[in-house]
Design a protein around this ligand. Structure first.
Ligand code: BGP
Length: 478
């Protein structure tokens, strides 16, 4: 055992999933088709998940079955309670509430499903924490409207959010609008765009300009949702949610420092807008230099100013480094210039492991935004082996222990206002980037392979017992 620092009594220890990665039941209860439902698993021919217009025979669509949480949530919540979880983060699948996204009235069966899930959680003393949009928007909104490039999406999203706040405000206090809205700055890879904002690029279209417009519309929708929530119930806490990835300068060379600062500005302007209610100054200069015509109306600016978030949710998995560009230009495009940090080890999927980076980024967020922070994802994807019904996942325990230790220093030593830690994930689920089951994150093993075959049985891994003690001891027993 390692001795950690005691965390505050009201600190929320928990675990996180997203609806499309666990629920399955993709056509049950009147659910519509989401973007995740038409994403085939990555394969050798398609190293990134392919989006197909219809469900094609021979392709694997793992989100159709998830881990069957749609039917098994009661038993899984019992396991979460045994683990000692105080909070459970999931998303409300938009397509269960508004199957196509543009209906006027919600689907009663979808509302009933989440009412029942929240009742089960409360009966076990577990607080639900809800994301409204987690890579699972209605596919109809992509096909019919072109995704978030279209301002009509603002109204559809706000209608969905308002329905959720009205329905569930007595059951859910903590909300987040868009999961990892910032990962769309990696715009050269089409997937962040498709998964987040349903953006399919037109031939010849400038991807970066399209990204700025779509995400502007999302930011306005997010701010409007915050305003709607506070009007319905001033107790509600609505946060943004960002993938926090420290981008360090590779060396002490001033040009490398400049490159790293630019990369951080570029990725985290979303947080600036959501917390400070306006775009940072660099962005307008940048749009002008590039000749981008991003439509930001006066009323948008007013909504952004008023609809600032109550806290910031974040995921943390890894860090990157960057250096001066070969052409000497100081550009903003982060995706081009990220490089490995030679001081760090990587996971089997090439994700660089950096526990100290968590303490670093928590301090950075506190200094920049001065809002409460909720860690709503942090975990380790790995291949697991079952031996005599046991899973000895020391590598996962090592990862989590090192990260929790740094989180505790950030809170206790540095005074950063972190209100919760929801690890990813209490239970194995479908990987968002690859569609694999084999990339396992869970403390609970699910007997199921990449094709959905297996008994579906749940087994407690060694990490389950480890995290149980962490929670019981308020973070002291690491
Ligand atoms: C985050 C997503 C999650 C989750 C996690 C792990 O970006 O918010 O949905 O999947 O990453 O990523 P992956 O499943 O691709 O390994």
């Amino acid at each position: 055992m390692t001795t950690g620092l005691k965390m505050p009594n009201n600190f929320l220890w928990g675990g996180a999933v997203a609806a499309h990665q666990v629920e399955g039941g993709w056509q049950d209860g009147g659910k519509g088709v989401s973007i995740a439902d038409v994403m085939a698993a990555a394969s050798r021919e398609h190293p990134q998940r392919e989006v197909t217009d219809t469900v094609e025979p021979g392709k694997v669509y793992p989100n159709h079955w998830g881990i069957d949480f749609y039917h098994k949530y009661s038993q899984d919540i019992n396991l979460f309670a045994e683990l000692g979880m105080q909070a459970f983060r999931t998303s409300i699948a938009w397509t269960r509430i508004y199957p196509n996204g543009d209906e006027k009235t919600p689907n009663a069966a979808g509302l009933a499903y989440y009412h029942d899930m929240f009742a089960k959680l409360h009966a076990q003393g577990i607080e639900p924490v809800i994301t409204l949009s987690h890579f699972e928007m209605p596919y109809h909104l992509v096909k019919e409207y072109g995704g978030w490039r279209n301002r009509k999406l603002i109204d559809f999203f706000v209608r969905f959010a308002t329905t959720c706040f009205e329905e569930f405000h007595d059951e859910v206090r903590y909300w987040m609008t868009f999961n990892e809205i910032d990962n769309q700055t990696s715009w050269r890879d089409p997937h962040p765009l498709l998964q987040n904002s349903g953006l399919q690029l037109n031939p010849g279209e400038n991807a970066e300009e399209a990204m700025f417009q779509a995400t502007h519309n999302e930011l306005v929708a997010s701010a409007q949702a915050v305003l709607a929530a506070h009007k319905i119930d001033p107790q509600l806490q609505v946060g943004g949610m960002l993938a926090m990835v420290p981008i360090y300068p590779l060396t002490a060379k001033p040009e490398d420092q400049m490159a790293a600062m630019r990369a951080m500005q570029y990725r985290y302007y979303f947080g600036d807008v959501q917390v400070q209610g306006k775009y940072p100054s660099w962005i307008k200069a940048y749009w002008e230099q590039k000749g981008y015509q991003v439509k930001v109306s006066a009323s948008d600016a007013d909504i952004l100013r008023r609809g600032t978030v109550d806290y910031m949710g974040m995921s943390y998995y890894m860090s990157f480094a960057t250096k001066e560009r070969a052409d000497g230009k100081v550009e903003y495009d982060e995706a081009k210039d990220l490089t490995d940090n030679p001081t760090l080890q990587k996971s089997d999927w090439g994700w660089q492991i950096d526990p100290v980076g968590l303490r670093w980024i928590l301090n950075w967020m506190q200094d920049r935004w001065r809002k409460p922070i909720m860690i709503v994802e942090n975990g380790f994807g790995a291949y697991d082996k079952v031996e005599d019904g046991k899973i000895h996942d020391n590598y996962r325990i090592d990862y989590l222990r090192a990260h929790v230790a740094e989180l505790e220093k950030a809170v206790v030593v540095d005074g950063v206002n972190v209100i919760g830690y929801m690890m990813w994930s209490p239970i194995d689920l479908i990987s968002a980037s690859t569609g694999e089951m084999a990339k396992r994150y869970g403390l609970i093993y699910v007997d199921q392979d990449d094709k959905g075959q297996g008994s579906g049985e749940r087994l407690r891994k060694d990490s389950f017992y480890w995290y149980q003690k962490v929670i019981q001891s308020d973070g002291v027993d690491l």
